[in-house]
Write a new protein. Structure first.
Length: 164
């Protein structure tokens, strides 16, 4: 990356453009451009961001963006090919352990738990209680002793005399 950054710096100087002008024209910070020209990859959080910055800077300088990006991709391949197989396996184990925690959840892939259906149970209990009350009322009214009509007639025939 240092060679690519040095190439970009030499091209900028040969075009007679200062870092401040480039930063203003591309809406980049001067520190970003300085890190890019010095090959300081660690200053960038994301390799995709770095690649886009290199591509935009190459276009600005009048270079072929495809050739510069190919050079950057070669650097990236060399950089990532130096990772040991043990580190890759350890990372893979960590990924498998944390797989459930890092799942992407969207409305389309999110697993919904069905809420407990308590209302049908409540309705069933209320219906059962009402059924028992109705049965009790029917049975209690059926078990009442019928009113004797002949006793009532005798009571009607009796007249009370009131004395003052």
């Amino acid at each position: 990356m240092k060679e690519l950054g040095e190439y970009l710096r030499r091209t900028r100087i040969s075009n007679g453009v200062s870092i401040a002008e480039v930063a203003e024209d591309l809406n980049f910070s001067t520190s970003l451009l300085e890190n890019l020209e010095s090959g300081n990859v660690r200053a960038f959080k994301d390799m995709y961001e770095l690649r886009e910055a290199v591509k935009t800077y190459a276009k600005y300088l009048g270079l072929s963006p495809e050739k510069v990006v190919d050079e950057f991709n070669d650097f990236l391949f060399e950089h990532t090919s130096k990772i040991s197989l043990d580190d890759i396996k350890a990372t893979q184990k960590n990924i498998n352990i944390n797989k459930d925690e890092n799942k992407v959840k969207s409305p389309y892939t999110k697993e919904y738990k069905e809420p407990k259906k308590i209302w049908p149970i409540i309705y069933s209990v209320i219906a059962l209680v009402l059924f028992v009350i109705i049965i009790y009322l029917i049975i209690s009214s059926a078990n009442k002793a019928p009113v004797r009509v002949d006793e009532l007639k005798e009571k009607e025939n009796l007249r009370y005399e009131f004395t003052y």
